[in-house]
Design a protein around this ligand. Structure first.
Ligand SMILES: [Zn+2]
Length: 222
């Protein structure tokens, strides 16, 4: 059996981060820990940090880092992640969160193997996002290059496949600029600690996965 891995995956919109996180989770047989999902789950389950997060969200306030890290900790300390590792997707978002995550993982005796920045330049990202089409019923993603088989009708559910309203060029440029501003210090933080590898996100999903696995496996052998 393939050994597990503890990974943080970063990447701007359009890099295919969600897809590669799912594939990596399958490859290393570890949970794909998407912070959006675990937030919703911990609020619903009424966990200690979930309840505290909910108070801020109901008040329309930003959830403090300490509570976000608490929610992540609750998830990463469950048996599957403890035993084999995790692919962390959507967290950390800032250098301060990276620092808090690092401390927490150190306390728990499960340090990261590697942080990966899935790299795509802004023009390529813009093109991919502008070409993106999505099923209005089940959210399956298509593109103008890979449309559904029949006339913008979803292959899965027969729903209408459309361009999302917020996928206009201006809106995409704004999201990409916001991401850069927020993430550059985070990437620098990991780079200074020699725990960042940049992987080219251009190519077929299989090619990108091969690059990822090869970078991760060679790091783990170091
Ligand atoms: Zn559909």
């Amino acid at each position: 059996m393939v050994p597990g891995a503890r990974l943080v995956i970063l990447g701007r919109q359009g890099a295919g981060k969600g897809t590669q996180c799912m594939r990596l989770a399958r490859h290393y047989v570890v949970p794909h820990v998407s912070t959006g999902d675990i937030f919703r789950a911990s609020v619903k389950a009424g966990s200690e940090f979930g309840l505290r997060a909910e108070e801020y969200m109901l008040a329309g306030k930003l959830v403090p880092d300490e509570i976000v890290v608490g929610v992540v900790r609750e998830r990463l300390c469950q048996r599957d992640a403890r035993a084999r590792g995790f692919v962390l997707d959507g967290f950390p978002r800032t250098a301060a969160q990276a620092e808090a995550l690092d401390e927490m993982l150190g306390d728990e005796g499960m340090p990261l193997d590697l942080t990966i920045d899935l790299e795509i330049d802004e023009e390529d990202a813009l093109r991919r996002l502008a070409d993106r089409r999505v099923c209005s019923t089940c959210a399956t993603i298509y593109s103008t290059a890979r449309p559904p088989a029949i006339d913008w009708t979803c292959d899965n559910c027969g729903g209408e496949v459309v361009q999302r309203q917020d996928d206009t060029e201006d809106a995409i440029r704004k999201r990409l600029a916001d991401y850069n501003e927020l993430t550059t210090p985070l990437i620098d933080w990991y780079e200074k600690r020699d725990s960042l590898v940049r992987i080219d996100a251009i190519g077929s999903p299989d090619d990108v996965l091969r690059r990822l696995v090869s970078a991760i496996d060679s790091r783990k052998l170091r």
